[in-house]
Ligand binder design. Structure first.
Ligand code: UDP
Length: 423
């Protein structure tokens, strides 16, 4: 199929979303799941409501998953066999990107449908997407979520595969548009990769205000077995060194009045065992083992109770491309103390909805935790301001912005094809 052979539509109507290395429906909180899965799930549902048919393609990891599953009206999840039908370390997946693209094309041909646009998530999908758009002659949008070079510079990673670095250097220029979550990411794309501003669309992520909203703290604590008078400091996310939870544990040890302190850490699966062990050893070393509770991974639908039960959410991350957890916490009316990195610097309003800490060391986190735990009116005021601020962050508006971008690229592609056809 070539673009010139497509009927000239006025708007993109069928989108292929590539999520090769992780399924948007995979359980959250594990090593390979997080903000990107939430994004694809939430946005696909809403895009499908706007009359776009959304097909999300992911690499098959389990024989049990249905080949095609409609997870929301108009949004399907399609399993593509490429490489072993099992979890494969991310670092090895590039080998299967070509097979993944071929599988998507086989599916398309079998269904006798055409796609108007490819939206790739993460560099592995973008490699596959590039092959597809070359055959299909349609626009290609990529959202990288993280970029190897950026992680290296932020010292958020010690090693990134050379093929990733090379592919990203090429892809940021070859796709029709990069979607970035923040102005900061857009600047990095310009400074590190030389991507012009006009090729980047900045669309902040969102939050579901019906799920993440203030609610009864007492009821949430009763549900979770937490004492009414406990001082609950919450952290949520993948359990890995990048999230800086060692800083949080060391900070807890510096809080002077700790008799009611409870550090609740949500996230992590079996793959996070080494980090759990490291964190437990640190808690032991600094004498706060009895205050730390690891809750393990918690389903997204059960998370609201955790936020509502919390007095403060802390994110001492070394790097965070957006940081959905901060947005969810603020939407739930809880102040956030976060490192001043990545997207956190643009979502948390320092001194108004929480605090941004420019240093990755325990002392300033301890100071802010103590300040908030001692001062309920301040906590309540910052929490209330967070709820108001988060009204600007909705998945609806993300989907609306994407629809605008799809339409713009589709019109440009059709106009380009018509001018070629017209000679
Ligand atoms: N999450 C969850 N259950 C868990 C841990 C995390 O539902 O046990 C969700 C969390 O609510 C958030 C996402 O996973 O929506 C993590 O996204 P974030 O952007 O904070 O981190 P990233 O995945 O980008 O590192």
């Amino acid at each position: 199929m070539t673009l010139a052979s497509r009927a000239a539509p006025c708007a993109a109507s069928r989108i292929a979303v590539l999520s090769m290395h992780t399924s948007p429906l995979a359980p959250l909180g594990g090593a390979a799941t997080g903000g990107m899965n939430v994004y694809i799930h939430e946005v696909s549902e809403r895009l499908a409501r706007s009359d776009r048919a959304i097909d999300v393609f992911t690499r098959r990891e389990s024989a049990a998953a249905p080949a095609v599953m409609e997870f929301a009206p108009g949004a399907r999840l399609i399993q593509i066999e490429a490489g072993p039908v099992a979890a494969v370390p991310k670092a090895e997946l590039i080998e299967f990107a070509a097979d993944f693209a071929a599988g998507v094309e086989t599916f398309r041909a079998a269904e006798a449908i055409t796609y108007d646009l490819v939206h790739s998530h993460y560099w592995l999908s973008a490699v596959a997407g590039e092959r597809l758009v070359a055959d299909w002659g349609v626009p290609h949008i990529a959202m990288f979520h993280t970029l190897g070079e950026v992680k290296l510079r932020a010292r958020a990673s010690e090693h990134e595969p050379p093929e990733r670095l090379e592919a990203e250097r090429h892809l940021v220029h070859s796709v029709d548009r990069v979607v970035a979550a923040t102005d900061y990411e857009q600047r990095l794309l310009r400074q590190i990769y030389g991507v012009p501003r006009s090729r980047v669309e900045v669309i902040p992520l969102g939050v579901d205000p019906e799920r993440f909203c203030p609610g009864s703290r007492e009821a949430a604590r009763a549900e979770l077995g937490l004492a009414d008078d406990a001082q609950v400091v919450l952290a949520v996310g993948r359990i890995e060194p990048l999230k800086g939870l060692d800083i949080l544990i060391r900070a807890a040890a510096q809080v002077t009045e700790r008799s009611r302190l409870q550090l609740l850490i949500v996230g992590g699966d079996e793959a996070a065992r080494p980090e759990f062990d490291r964190l437990s050893a640190i808690a032991e070393e600094v004498g706060v083992s009895d205050l730390v509770r690891f809750a393990g991974a918690v389903g997204h639908e059960a998370l609201p109770d955790y936020y509502r039960a919390a007095d403060v959410v802390v994110m001492p991350s070394f790097s965070e491309s957006f940081g959905l957890v901060a947005v969810e916490a603020m939407a739930s009316g809880v102040p956030v103390i976060a490192s001043r990195v990545g997207g956190l610097a643009s979502t948390v309003a320092d001194g108004r909805t929480g605090y941004l800490v420019p240093w990755r060391c325990p002392e300033p986190f301890a100071e802010k935790i103590e300040l908030l735990l001692r001062n309920r009116p301040l906590r309540d005021a910052l929490g209330a301001a967070g709820v108001v601020r988060m009204r600007d962050f909705s998945w609806e508006s993300v989907a609306d912005r994407l629809v605008g971008l799809y339409d713009e690229l589709d019109r440009a592609a059709v106009a380009g094809a018509e001018s070629v056809a017209g000679g």
